[in-house]
Design a binder for this molecule. Structure first.
Ligand SMILES: [Zn+2]
Length: 128
């Protein structure tokens, strides 16, 4: 069994596309094979091929949009934990601070740097 047939079989197993839709999509959209060529390979008419291609395209687009929405939702709620601190380069095990600019600090660097630097520059409101 060639690679094309294997991928068609895997796609059909994944239960989104029928075997003909999978073959039509791979042949037309991915391999950019001729319409007539794919139609005769599948032993169907070119216009039947077109409807399989169209149905597959719609399903693939719907699947992509669905995944995008789910991933966006997940990223917003649970941003992936960074690997290392942008300040000391140490591995980030647990808690970390993420600045609005996207820099990530371990809890040590995040605690020490930002609040004290700001405090030092501000005039002390108690001395007049
Ligand atoms: Zn650090």
């Amino acid at each position: 069994m060639g690679e094309f047939e294997q991928v068609v079989a895997r796609l059909a197993d994944a239960d989104l596309l029928t075997e003909k839709q999978a073959a039509a999509y791979l042949g037309i959209e991915v391999d950019h094979a001729g319409r007539q060529q794919v139609a005769s390979y599948l032993d169907i008419s070119p216009s039947t091929l077109d409807s399989h291609t169209r149905a597959a395209r719609d399903k693939v687009a719907a699947a992509e949009e669905t995944l995008d929405i789910i991933e966006e939702y997940e990223r917003d709620r649970y941003p992936p934990a960074p690997d290392e601190c942008d300040e000391c380069g140490g591995a980030i095990g647990g808690a970390f601070v993420r600045t609005e600019g996207g820099d990530v600090f371990c809890s040590d660097c995040g605690d020490v740097d930002s609040p004290r630097e700001v405090d030092d520059r501000l005039p002390d409101p108690n001395t007049d």
